[in-house]
Design a binder for this molecule. Structure first.
Ligand code: NAI
Ligand code: MG
Length: 367
């Protein structure tokens, strides 16, 4: 059988810098765990625009559709701010999500004990936190019609429409329940069924799908209460299932419980392919960080953790993903810090590549 395939799209700014560290990790798993990938690399975002005049070439799109998983760094930067909307770097990312139909966005919020002091919340509220937000990514108010700014009488009206079909809710819900089966067996579905019909349907469909997973405990919460509970007592949650708009806000809120943007991975999953693997793209939550580009300051952990998610969700290598996460936990407990993980004063930070090397040493020790 051929090796699983991985398309790497480093993108712009610190994207290529953090991806270089992921490359080291991929090589390590090949050398030491017999996990070999057919890795190809291509351009996305501003880097693709510079070469092709578009933020994602058709050939790259076609390749993304064929591989087992895409790993993306980040796109964008000041050099591209004045480009026309149609060729902005972000459009490359949106095209990938849309054409691969990646409807389920997984945003973990996990607090490494060594970084618990970094949270804006009290240490005991976040230490050991491990929750997963499943955000529906391809429908809802960001896509619903009608939309636009229209004339109405002697003023204008801005309109967006929250629209969800049963099948859209169903596939997102199923992905949340499947995840819960591999985790803490709890799903909390968040909407506003008290004031929105789409929320009533959401609750109904989530309940119906939940019946197929009797082992999973399903609860429902209004999304505004959900936001309060996330900062009051986040450890009550395991998997949170929610729509595109609420998910956008709730996942950013949950992310900050854990400290730095440089630590946050994500996965976007679609329907299963012929080989049973879901269409998948993995990427750190952060952007291209132009303020620190080229200075060796970027924290590669968000991108490395995104690869760990790929190991778990695309390649059925949960144990190896756990090994990688444990190595990261280990180096953090030993005090390894990139600049974003240090306060004003403090020890000398590790550079991007030093952090990658330190994680490799911890992986070696795990054997
Ligand atoms: P950003 O995430 O790039 O940076 C925000 C702040 O966090 C900056 O101070 C940055 O230095 C810091 N930071 C981010 N990642 C870090 C890391 N790995 N290690 C250490 N520090 C890190 O967001 P910003 O500044 O709003 O956007 C910059 C560019 O990135 C823009 O062009 C924006 O459109 C683009 N962007 C791209 C995203 C993507 O590719 N998915 C997501 C967000 C923004
Ligand atoms: Mg957001």
């Amino acid at each position: 059988m051929s090796n699983p395939s991985l398309l790497i799209l480093p993108g712009d700014g610190i994207g290529p810098e953090v991806m270089a560290e992921v490359r080291k990790i991929i090589t390590w798993f090949g050398d030491n765990r017999g996990l070999h990938f057919d890795v190809s690399e291509d351009l996305v975002g501003g880097a693709a625009y510079d070469k092709h005049g578009v933020p994602l070439a058709d050939e790259t799109m076609a390749k993304a559709q064929e591989v087992d998983a895409v790993l993306l760094g980040a796109v964008g930067g000041p050099a591209y701010d004045d480009l026309d909307f149609s060729v902005k770097p972000e459009r490359g990312l949106l095209r990938l999500r849309k054409e691969m139909d990646l409807f389920s966005n997984l945003r973990p919020a996990q607090c490494f004990d060594a970084l618990a002091d970094f949270s804006s919340l009290k240490k005991d509220i976040v230490a050991g936190l491990d929750i997963m937000i499943v955000r529906e990514l391809t429908s809802g108010v960001y896509f619903g019609e009608p939309r636009g700014i229209f004339e109405e009488g002697n003023e204008r009206v801005g309109i967006n429409t929250q629209r969800y079909t049963e099948s859209e809710i169903e596939r997102a819900a199923r992905s949340a329940f499947e995840l819960a089966m591999r985790r803490g067996k709890k799903v909390c579905s968040m909407e506003k069924a008290n004031v929105m019909e789409s929320g009533i349907l959401w609750r109904e469909v989530a309940t119906r799908v939940g019946k197929e997973y009797p082992e999973v405990e399903l609860s429902h919460m209004y999304a505004d209460n959900g936001a309060m509970q996330l900062v009051r007592a986040p450890k009550q949650f395991d998997v949170i299932l929610t729509d595109n708009l609420f998910g956008d806000i709730l996942s950013d809120c949950a992310a900050m419980l854990t400290g730095s943007l440089g630590m946050l991975p994500s996965a976007s999953l679609g329907a299963p392919m012929a080989n049973g693997r879901p269409k998948a793209m993995y990427e750190p939550v952060h952007g291209s960080a132009p303020d620190i580009t080229g200075q060796g300051k970027a924290n590669p952990i968000a991108c490395i953790l995104s690869f760990a998610m790929a190991l778990r969700y695309s390649f059925d290598q949960g144990d190896e993903a756990a090994r990688l996460e444990a190595a990261i936990e280990q180096v953090l407990s030993n005090g390894a810090r990139t600049a974003d993980l240090l306060g004003e004063e403090g020890a000398t930070p590790l550079s991007t590549s030093e952090m990658g090397d330190t994680i490799i040493v911890a992986l070696d020790k795990s054997l």
